[in-house]
Design a protein around this ligand. Structure first.
Ligand code: SF4
Ligand code: SF4
Length: 292
């Protein structure tokens, strides 16, 4: 079995300032960054010492891949034999020289495009570096109405081989008209799945069994959305805590959660691309690029 692990250390800062985000232009102190680096180093060592296989996804509070310690951790992890996949959520704003030193086969990125923070040209240039290096990646964005033209333009400019997903803006109820939903579904054929907070109470979910979330102190929750501690990776016999569990939340509304909900059968869509959000089924893209 490959354990799917979401890592979120204490880092809480971002170089972008998206209106809807609590981490907009937040900063960490030097001591906080050192603490974050030490905790990340301990996690990397733990992974390297284990006999189990892992797929990893960094889901930071903010942007981690502009930090040297995350780039270095990524490089090391990608070369471990028991790491089948190492991924990170990133706004792709940082210097990408570090990707020259990763094991390409086990590296993937979940790249978010923020039209209010960067230009399409800059973002595509970064995507071009990943494509040249052979790194798998998805691109995603929030489906804000003000960004529809930018989203369409990016979809047309990206290769058809690159999946562009759209997260529904859920903070306002009834935000989308039917024509908005139709438009975004033509951009991302899987968009509708993200418009719903899926009923999950009492449902079977792999979170807590083959997938779990870990923080910088090794404290483990089954997922980011249920805060109960189910163990600590740095304690003996940690893996004995992982067992089949039914969801105790009423609903689940984020891809990194509901992708593990058995009823939705998302593993059949994403296959081995669950962590980096790359579907393995054929998607007929109405607004795909003409050059692919
Ligand atoms: S790039 Fe991501 S973490 Fe940073 S401000 Fe925007 S939404 Fe928040
Ligand atoms: S359905 Fe969502 S909230 Fe419930 S256990 Fe799974 S990931 Fe967590």
């Amino acid at each position: 079995m490959n354990y799917k692990v979401l890592y979120r250390g204490p880092l809480s800062s971002c170089n972008y300032s998206c209106d809807y985000c609590p981490f907009a232009k937040t900063k960490n102190t030097r001591d906080e960054l050192l603490d974050d680096a030490n905790k990340l180093g301990r996690f990397v060592d733990w992974i390297g010492d284990r006999s189990e296989n892992f797929e990893l996804l960094f889901t930071p509070w903010g942007e981690a891949m502009i930090r040297r310690h995350y780039q270095d951790a990524f490089k090391v992890l990608s070369h471990f034999k028991n790491v089948k996949k190492v991924c990170a959520q990133t706004n792709l704003s940082g210097n990408l020289e570090w990707v020259n030193e990763v094991e390409v086969e086990s590296t993937a990125l979940w790249c978010t495009y923020h039209p209010s923070q960067t230009s399409e040209e800059k973002f595509l240039k970064q995507c071009g570096i990943l494509l040249k290096r052979g790194i798998s990646f998805s691109v995603g964005t929030v489906g804000l109405k003000d960004d529809f033209a930018s989203i369409l333009s990016l979809r047309k400019a990206l290769s058809k081989d690159v999946y562009l997903w759209v997260n529904a803006y859920k903070r306002k109820s009834n935000y989308y008209s039917q024509s908005d939903i139709d438009f975004l579904t033509q951009i991302d054929p899987l968009f509708k799945t993200n418009t719903i907070r899926h009923k999950s109470l009492g449902e079977s979910c792999r979170a807590g069994m083959s997938s779990f979330s870990v923080d910088g102190d090794g404290r483990v929750q089954r997922c980011h959305f249920i805060k109960d501690k189910i163990g600590n990776i740095y304690e003996d016999a940690f893996f004995e805590n992982l067992t089949n569990r039914l969801c105790t939340n009423a609903t689940c509304g984020c891809h990194i959660g509901y992708v593990h909900l058995d009823r939705l059968q998302q593993y059949e869509i994403y296959g081995d691309g669950v962590m980096e959000r790359i579907p393995r089924v054929f998607l007929d893209l109405e607004f795909g690029s003409a050059d692919a």
